[in-house]
Design a binder for this molecule. Structure first.
Ligand code: NAG
Ligand code: NAG
Ligand code: NAG
Ligand code: NAG
Length: 422
């Protein structure tokens, strides 16, 4: 008996002692070197604010957005890149400076400004197939780590003519409250100028509302808008979603709402990654707090539920679950070859989804890719990504800002072209 115990402890001792091991680096595939795919070029460094939206014109002009909550600290919410390290206000400093400020406190409770003639807090910029620049303003400035609720008029979609460099938008579209609630957050937008289904025939914009959880459709001819999929599971955050970033499980949490950020009025968590298929027949989307990919047919979305009550159910019934894609995604993008690009903050990568096979494949990965946010394919056949370290911002770090400047804009060559509908 005693001998057995002695033998056992000797064996145990041997079992847990260090052994010689060949370095895994000599065994291809067994060490994660953090990279794959084509060359990733860093094309711009942001010395001040973390970038969000990005779009590049045919002639190579680059426009970028910055979230903000304070005019003095962040004078620019929409900028044009003018050198490898500088951005200037677009279309002017004046447009980026609402005379009455970003916040309206006149009703007692602070709200975003209702100024629809100046930028409050621009999120997305997209150049359409006619080289027009569209600017999506959430109207919700960031105060104490959270976005204030929106007031009517502040959230808007504005179109600018890049050929004439006009500083005056050719259109300003605002949203009634039944289309965009005060908790709504205009996150991303895609265009189909070929769509003949709307009454005007001038095309449509589709907008992802990541704060109110839904899709907004805009008839660009009339400026009329309507809402679909309101708070359905497929456009809403997953409860208790926990991503792992740079190896660290990371809750969205502020001192006000530890680990429950996605359940308050903050500007995130719902449908966020958003892109239109090359033929304009589907929109691809994913809630930020999820690892699920969906698509929906555009045809039923084009019916205004005010004119046909059954439009809601037809739109909801056309949602297709395309499966998990192995990580959360902030930005989605499509190309002319039909590929769907998925920004993957959990993997420091951009992956692709092929609708013809239903499979996700690796595309490009690098330790430099610290929270790829917006993805945008340009006419030069590069896919561009803003890298903004979002998970190190106060909303994920219990009120502390752990981001490290500078932030970056990167690009990688792709086989396809920019999707042009119109
Ligand atoms: C990193 O690993 C990948 C996958 O094993 C390989 O394709 C790539 O060549 C490696 N890169 C470097 C720089 O070693
Ligand atoms: C501020 O709010 C008041 C009342 O709620 C409104 O009349 C005014 O137009 C608002 N101003 C701005 C710039 O939002
Ligand atoms: C618009 O601005 C761009 C960039 O500054 C310039 O190259 C272009 O010539 C301008 N176009 C007009 C019509 O002024
Ligand atoms: C988060 O911050 C609050 C207030 O600053 C503090 O009371 C709390 O302990 C912090 N939580 C964690 C997990 O650090």
């Amino acid at each position: 008996m005693r001998f057995a115990i002695l033998l056992y402890s000797v064996l145990t001792c041997i079992l847990v002692s260090a052994v010689k091991f060949q370095p895994l680096s000599e065994k291809p595939g067994l060490v994660d070197n953090g990279t794959f795919g084509p060359t990733l070029e860093v094309v711009h460094l942001f010395q001040k604010e973390p970038p969000i939206g990005i779009t590049i014109s045919k002639s190579g002009r680059a426009f970028v957005t910055f979230n903000r909550g304070d005019l003095a600290e962040n004078p620019i919410t929409l900028g044009e890149i003018v050198s490898p390290t500088e951005e200037v206000a677009f279309p002017s400093a004046e447009f980026n400076t609402p005379p009455e400020g970003l916040v309206n406190t006149s009703s007692g409770r602070p709200l975003g400004s209702s100024d629809s003639k100046h930028f409050i807090n621009v999120q997305a910029v997209v150049i359409d197939s006619r080289e027009r620049l569209w600017v999506l303003d959430t109207g919700r400035p960031v105060v104490d780590g959270d976005n204030l609720l929106a007031a009517l008029g502040g959230p808007k979609l504005m179109g600018f003519d890049l050929e004439s460099n006009s500083t005056i938008p050719f259109t300003i579209i605002t949203f009634p409250e039944d289309v965009l609630p005060p908790t709504g957050y205009l996150n991303d937008v895609r265009f189909d100028l070929t769509s003949s289904l709307t009454s005007s025939g001038k095309g449509v914009a589709y907008i992802a509302d990541s704060g109110g959880f839904g899709i907004i459709v805009v008839d660009l001819g009339t400026g009329k808008s309507w809402r679909h999929l309101d708070k359905l599971h497929s456009v809403s955050p997953r409860s208790r979603f926990l991503p792992t970033l740079f190896g660290i499980p990371t809750y969205s949490s502020t001192p006000m709402s530890p680990a429950l950020h996605y359940e308050n009025a903050g500007g995130g968590g719902g449908i966020d990654g958003f892109a239109i298929g090359a033929d304009g027949k589907h929109l691809y989307f994913t809630p930020l707090a999820s690892r699920d990919l969906y698509r929906i047919e555009t045809a039923p979305l084009l019916v205004n539920p005010a004119e046909d009550k059954l439009a809601f159910i037809r739109a909801a019934n056309s949602i297709q679950y395309l499966g998990e894609f192995g990580g959360q995604a902030d930005g989605l993008e499509t190309d002319s070859a039909g590929k769907i690009y998925l920004s993957s903050p959990e993997h420091n990568s951009i992956n692709t989804f092929d609708p013809s096979t239903g499979l996700v494949s690796p595309f490009v990965r690098s330790p430099i890719i610290a929270w790829p946010d917006t993805l945008s394919v340009a006419d030069d056949s590069f896919i561009y990504a803003t890298l903004n370290q979002l998970w190190l911002s106060p909303g994920f770090q219990n009120g502390t800002d752990k981001r490290v400047k500078p932030f970056a804009l990167v690009r990688a060559k792709i086989d396809g072209q920019k999707v042009k509908l119109g």
